[in-house]
Design a protein around this ligand. Structure first.
Ligand code: AMP
Length: 283
């Protein structure tokens, strides 16, 4: 496995391309778990070569404490990538991605209906930061495919829209959320929860899964069921940012005219912010 720390080392990818290989790219912020492993597995199925980035992107954090506390386990992550069969690990320094000449604040993305709601509303600037770093990586890596998890459903929709708008020659592929047996979506931030808390927060997934069940069985009171779910989460000790419904394809607000939807939620449990998304299909 190649370790790429400096941008010029990415020249290696030209060799890969010249030899007729397709390149799959999996962007991450590290502290890798089986969710990242599943993305890498998918990337290996679609492409001959797989490159993974580990970069805790400062511009996507709206909370400086969250950024400062983001778990960093580079050595373990490197061993994990080796074991998963990754071909190259890209671990750039912050000042290579954001050289001193760049204005770290000065880049805003506004896609009405996509970046100004849910995560975009509760984490101002978040999607601008995500989009900024992904666009940089796409220009540096020029992958054939880029892989995202459905846990961050809105993020995948934002990037898909941006790539489509700007004619980036890359295919966005998403994979279903990987969960612990309890149902909890695997997340790097879960390590900040005690094992007791990890058990308690499974209420989040169970609540979304109950909604999925009801909507698939023909429940029509979409808004009131979401409000009730939100109240149930508050009862269970969460501080809820949102429980919302969107059309799975275009992320428009879900109506009874739609068939395939996604239930999205974000909530704090003891100051740890959790997000989850569950797709459903009405008959
Ligand atoms: P992160 O390292 O948290 O920025 O995540 C990197 C990529 O992994 C994103 O595309 C996430 O959506 C994806 N991801 C994170 N957790 C999971 C999970 N439990 N299942 C599937 N994909 C995930």
């Amino acid at each position: 496995m190649e370790i790429i720390k400096h941008l010029h080392q990415l020249a290696l990818l030209h060799q890969w391309r010249k030899s007729g290989n397709t390149i799959g790219f999996v962007p991450t912020m590290g502290h890798l778990h089986e969710g990242h492993g599943a993305l890498i597995k998918a990337a290996k199925q679609w492409n001959e070569k797989v490159i993974v980035s580990i970069f805790v992107n400062p511009t996507q954090f709206n909370d400086p404490l969250d950024y400062a506390n983001y778990p960093k386990t580079l050595e373990k992550d490197r061993d994990q990538c080796l074991a998963w069969g990754v071909d190259a690990l890209f671990i750039p320094e912050e000042n290579h991605i954001y050289p001193p000449r760049t204005n770290i604040e000065g880049w805003t993305l506004n896609l009405p209906g996509l970046t100004d709601c849910l995560e975009g509303l509760h984490r101002p600037g978040h999607f601008s930061g995500v989009a900024r770093v992904i666009m940089k990586f796409l220009n540096l890596i020029e992958p054939h495919d880029i892989f995202f998890g459905e846990k961050d459903y809105q993020q995948a929709c934002v990037i898909r829209q941006l790539i489509d708008d700007l004619f980036f020659p890359v295919t966005v592929r998403t994979i279903p959320t990987i969960r612990a047996t309890s149902g909890l979506a695997l997340s790097s931030r879960n390590s900040r929860l005690s094992s007791k808390e990890q058990e308690e927060v499974t209420v989040l997934f169970k609540t979304l899964n109950n909604l999925k069940h009801d909507f698939e069985q023909g429940e029509d009171n979409l808004e009131s069921r979401c409000n009730k779910a939100s109240e149930d989460l508050v009862q269970a000790g969460f501080s809820v940012d949102y429980v919302a419904l969107r059309s799975a394809h275009d992320f428009k607000p879900f109506t009874l005219m739609h068939r395939e939807g996604v239930i999205l939620a974000a909530a704090y449990y003891n100051a740890i912010r959790l997000i989850d998304a569950v797709t459903f299909m009405r008959k």
